[in-house]
Design a protein around this ligand. Structure first.
Ligand SMILES: [Zn+2]
Length: 175
């Protein structure tokens, strides 16, 4: 039993990859005959042109994917705003990163006492981007109403909205 354990340990030790080991360079020998040289040069040209085309396609595919993600984030923000605006539950909210990516960077809040409705720009607050925006409610309070009081005056969440000068502002329904 003891010898098996020892051999297992030795095997594991042998298989441990060494990431600090120097890589040996890949050497491609040029063919000596003229025809083979030409064939290799042509293959290299073809490979480069295929690589250029794939690279171009990868940029197009990535930009389509990013636009789709942005659209999904925007729809998620608007869905959450439509529920929150009418007093529904605020949980399952978009994250700060999703709101910014979905072009809904302004958190719309309302003071419970004076009814002021200032916007909080999510791009300027110091929170982790993966923080759901409904968790920010606990940190929000109205400065004028809280002055001179023992407890800060809280504010409610109303929704997420685009910047006032955003041309896509009409896409949102709840406002
Ligand atoms: Zn207030």
């Amino acid at each position: 039993m003891a010898s098996q354990f020892c051999s297992f340990r030795r095997l594991r030790c042998d298989l441990t990859p060494r990431f600090d080991a120097p890589m040996s360079p890949r050497i491609i020998h040029m063919p000596l005959s003229g025809g083979d040289r030409k064939a290799q040069a042509k293959a290299m040209r073809d490979a480069r042109s295929i690589a250029r085309e794939y690279f171009r396609q990868s940029i197009v595919a990535r930009s389509i994917g990013e636009a789709k993600i942005r659209e999904a984030d925007r729809l998620f923000c608007d869905a959450w705003t439509n529920v929150t605006f009418w007093g529904g539950p605020t949980r399952n909210s978009p994250t700060i990163a999703q709101a910014i990516n979905g072009e809904r960077p302004m958190l719309w809040v309302k003071c419970r006492r004076c009814g002021r409705e200032p916007d909080v720009d999510l791009r300027t607050i110091r929170r982790k981007p993966d923080t759901p925006v409904h968790l920010l409610e606990a940190a929000l309070f109205c400065e004028p109403c809280s002055a001179g009081r023992k407890f800060p005056q809280r504010a409610n969440l109303i929704g997420l909205r685009p910047e006032p000068n955003d041309p896509n502002a009409s896409l949102q329904r709840a406002t």
